[in-house]
Ligand binder design. Structure first.
Ligand code: PMP
Length: 389
């Protein structure tokens, strides 16, 4: 067999995720502490697990409707109204997906084809560009800068738009920078988009994890933007449910009807047991979010204080569970910093350029780890930075 002829060029040239690459290396080092994984260290709250177990005990083990259990879509709809003031019809404007990941893929494949340009802020989560390429489209990087607290600069956005631009990804709160866009910031983005036919895919998977407010924000709340916004959200980060693979998409019925076809043929329906857990999460999970958020916030403050006492510059991230310190004065490249730090102090962090060229000079540190774990890592960072060991 000549497999080389069989594989698609666009898949062959796809780089494996820079996050994983680094962690495979770290795994092979004994006693290594990782600050790399973007996954809550908490267990899924017990009442959510119990609801899923009960559904199994009752024998609820069949496919659900393609879009997901109506009961769950109704809960999503209630949640979106309760937390964001946004109304979505559970019959035509909500699809339950296999994590936010499947939602992102299905939406991009719904609207993107050859020649279509997708504007992707950078640095950001690793999947948007490969998914765009797989759909046949062209990723257009939109650099964001430390001096702007890694928010989108409306002028830079304006310059990135061409007649071929079809989709703008809005990934806030942001992975890896922890940046937030406020309602006011979004209004500036809306001004740039009004009068165009550009649609917005808002990856709001970290919406509940913002530390300057109790009320999460969505781009769809921006005046005039509801009709052109497709929201991807999910349960992985909010309720510590990464392994359940539960996400949802909300948006205009004209788009979601087609996204549902892609989901139907590729997935059939999201896992039934997980859907029962998700119903419980939405009904009774608010206190769990508050509790986890309180811990994340304590850790966030601890890391920022540690950086400040070590002389490591870091803008204050207000969302998600990442900090993105600037390490450019300690090493020629992010990758060299990470490799040297790993070799000398056995701590693994992710080079910023794993999230796009614009992340060069920075590293991503996740605080989805216990305080004890973080303290150990900060002691080692101090030794590395200030005692060159
Ligand atoms: N979007 C962002 C910004 C993420 O960080 C992640 C997970 N790291 C996802 C989407 C996908 O999450 P999931 O598929 O578990 O919902």
């Amino acid at each position: 067999m000549n497999f080389d002829n069989i594989l698609l060029d666009k898949v062959k040239s796809m780089k494996p995720s820079g996050i994983r690459k680094f962690f495979d290396l770290a795994d092979s080092i004994e006693g290594c502490i990782s600050l790399g994984v973007g996954e809550p260290d908490f267990k899924t709250p017990w009442h959510i697990r119990q609801a899923a177990i009960e559904s199994l005990q009752k024998g609820m083990t069949r496919y659900t409707s393609n879009a997901g259990l109506m009961e769950l879509r109704e809960e999503v709809s209630i949640y979106m109204e309760r937390r964001f003031g946004l109304k979505y019809d559970p019959k035509s404007q909500v699809v339950i997906t296999v994590g936010g990941s499947e939602g992102l893929d299905a939406v991009i494949r719904t609207v993107i084809g050859p020649e279509d340009e997708v504007i992707i802020p950078e640095p950001s989560f690793v999947c948007y560009s490969p998914l765009t390429i797989l759909a046949g489209g062209k990723p257009v990087n939109l650099p964001t800068y430390e001096k702007d607290n890694f928010k989108i600069n409306p002028e830079v956005l304006k310059n990135a738009i061409t007649p071929k631009t079809k989709l703008l990804i809005l990934p806030y709160p942001n992975n890896p920078t922890g940046a937030l866009m406020t309602a006011k910031d979004y209004e500036e983005i809306a001004k740039v988009l009004s009068g165009t036919n550009i649609i917005v895919l808002a990856d709001e998977i970290y919406a509940e994890l913002c530390y300057n407010t109790d009320k999460p924000n969505s781009f769809a709340c921006t005046p005039g933007m509801y009709d052109r916004t497709i929201i991807v959200n999910g349960f992985s980060k909010t309720y510590a449910m990464t392994g359940w693979r539960m996400g949802f998409v909300c948006g205009p019925k004209e788009i979601l009807g087609s996204t549902l076809k892609i989901h139907q043929y590729g997935i059939m329906s999201a896992p039934t047991t997980s859907q029962y857990g998700a119903i419980e999460a939405l009904r009774n999970g608010d206190e769990d979010i508050e509790e986890m958020k309180m811990h994340y916030n304590m850790r966030r403050r601890y890391l920022l204080d540690s950086f400040s006492s070590m002389g490591i510059p870091c803008f204050e991230p207000l969302g998600a569970f990442y900090v993105f310190p600037n390490v450019s004065k300690f090493a020629p490249t992010s990758e060299e910093f990470c490799t040297d730090f790993l070799n000398k102090q056995k701590v693994a962090v992710v080079p910023g350029n794993a999230f796009g060229e614009n992340g060069e000079g920075f590293v991503r540190i996740s605080y989805a780890y216990s305080m004890e774990h973080l303290k150990k890592a900060m002691d080692r960072l101090d030794k590395y930075i200030n005692h060159n060991t």
